[in-house]
Ligand binder design. Structure first.
Ligand code: NAD
Length: 480
């Protein structure tokens, strides 16, 4: 214990405070399997204390003029930029993102969201005309109240900034419960907000697990809204638990994206798709994990994707370079091994990777970048979210069949279309049941409107829609 980073305090009411009762959890570095820090898991008393602080701070923060709230967020951006190397180091340590990627992508995602929210907020219209019903009719956008923010471990700062920043701009006060598996970067983030001068009680952080602080926030009578990113399983549990108090519930859940590659797309589309699937060691909800390839281009695509897997370096998060790191935990590693084995057992053709550790590796939660060909969409690897670097390639013979396979999943987060034919791309995009469709390597502008349908949840994060999620609309109408 002596040489572990002691991160047992919570940030409540503008101060670092001791937990009510000590229940410790070690944070494990997935590159080394060693404990690197110790946090506390909060209990009901900690949750109550944080919610009470947020409730006390709400009247004054919600009445703070929008331009003053914006000024606070602009200071957050300045401090965040300066602390980005610390955030990146914490991210590498807690969830295994390689150090260069942790800085350039993981920590940068936070800056980019803060910048985008600042831009969206500057143009945000809090009061809009309500049709042409009456001259004084309007819709006013108002803060929701105390919001509970629950985040996962795979893109820690991405998810934390997508929730905390719009909540603050909207005039809400909040309690953040980051993933207990990756809590370190969020603790640095709390230091950033403290240094930036966020008033006491406006932002609070309590560490804990889903059964403890997560569930307590979800049922708390003084919490008006839960914004949750994580698994579909937990999203369902949260929806049910929040029903009794009729909270607003915003859910960003799992995904099983299809990447439809028509024969007129080139090898680059296949390379890009495979790399995207392995990016962040496959631990992204929007990963294009099912590559659907038109029959005439199929053999070539399988060959190209297998080569990408073989060329993808796997190494410690503490080494420089653009390799992929380990997966986050022993549990995730074992789950991924079982799913790769299921692919083999159910008759998919393994063309790269497989079970076990990569050659020469004997510790750390490393997974071999894996490609299966001849996958049929009813196989376990095509239906379940694997959250590891595993690509399934499925052939198709017609546009209709491609759309049917892509939509044959409980999830509906992101799908992808690769083709030179613009009319076909648009036609297919409109038929895909998902919150997002990305075509020929293009992604949404300015991080906006991120979200899904079906079992991927129905929230929208980022940009104007992401701001509106943290507000209630009020229709005001009348005559002079
Ligand atoms: P998880 O659901 O296990 O945990 C996420 C968070 O919820 C953690 O903070 C956890 O402590 C908490 N939690 C768990 N059960 C809870 C409960 N019953 N009540 C309240 N809180 C609870 O997910 P994870 O393993 O941390 O993250 C991986 C999952 O997140 C994947 O399914 C992935 O697809 C999804 N994800 C979705 C998006 C998106 O935007 N759609 C983005 C990233 C990750």
């Amino acid at each position: 214990m002596a040489d572990l980073l002691d991160k047992r305090k919570f940030y409540i009411d503008g101060a670092w405070v001791d937990p009510a009762a000590a229940r410790d959890l070690e944070v494990i570095d997935p590159s080394t399997e060693e404990a690197v820090a110790v946090i506390s898991l909060g209990d009901q008393a900690d949750t109550d204390r944080a919610v009470a602080a947020a409730k006390r701070a709400f009247p004054s923060w919600s009445a703070t003029p929008p331009e003053d709230r914006l000024a606070v967020v602009e200071r957050i951006l300045e401090v965040y930029e300066r602390r980005k190397p610390d955030i990146a180091r914490a991210t590498s340590l807690e969830m295994g993102a390689p150090q260069d990627m942790a800085l350039a992508d993981q920590a940068e995602a936070g800056s980019s969201h803060i910048r985008n929210f600042i831009a969206a907020f500057k143009d945000f219209r809090f009061v809009r005309p309500l049709g042409d019903h009456a001259p004084t009719s309007m819709v006013a956008w108002e803060p929701v109240g105390v919001v509970g923010l629950i985040t996962p471990w795979n893109w820690p700062m991405n998810q934390v900034t997508l929730k905390v920043i719009p909540a603050l701009l909207a005039g809400d006060t909040c309690v953040l419960k980051p993933s207990e598996i990756a809590p370190l970067s969020s603790l640095v983030f709390a230091e950033v907000l403290d240094e930036a001068g966020v008033p006491p009680g406006v932002f609070n952080l309590v560490n804990g697990d889903g059964a403890g602080v997560g569930s307590q926030l979800t049922v708390h009578p003084d919490v008006e809204m839960i914004s949750f990113t994580g698994s579909t399983r937990a999203g369902i549990a949260i929806s049910k638990a929040a029903a009794d108090s009729l909270k607003k519930v915003v859910l960003e859940l799992g995904g099983k994206g299809a990447n439809i590659v028509f024969a007129d797309a080139d090898d680059k589309a296949v390379v890009r798709g495979a790399r995207h699937c392995f990016y962040n060691t496959g631990q992204s909800c929007n990963a294009p994990t099912r590559m659907l390839v038109e029959r005439s281009a199929y053999d070539r695509a399988v060959e190209v994707a297998a080569r990408v897997a073989e060329e993808t370096g796997v190494a410690s998060a503490h080494q420089p370079g653009r390799h992929i790191g380990p997966v986050v935990s022993k549990d995730q590693w074992s789950k991924i091994q079982d799913l790769i084995q299921a692919g083999i057992d159910e008759g998919a053709r393994l063309v790269a990777g497989g079970t076990g550790l990569p050659e020469g590796v004997n510790r750390g939660y490393f997974v071999r970048p894996t490609v299966f060909a001849d996958v049929s969409n009813d196989m376990t690897i095509a239906q379940q979210e694997i959250f590891g670097p595993v690509l399934s390639i499925i052939p198709f013979d017609s546009e209709e069949e491609a759309v049917a396979i892509a939509n044959d999943t409980p999830y509906g987060l992101t799908n992808y279309v690769q083709s030179q034919d613009g009319a076909r791309r648009n036609r297919v995009a409109r038929q895909l049941r998902s919150g997002m469709v990305e075509m020929n390597g293009e992604s949404r502008g300015a991080g906006s409107a991120f979200g899904g349908v079906k079992k991927s949840g129905r929230a929208r994060e980022g940009g104007v829609m992401g701001l509106e999620e943290f507000m209630d609309s009020k229709a005001i109408s009348g005559w002079d």
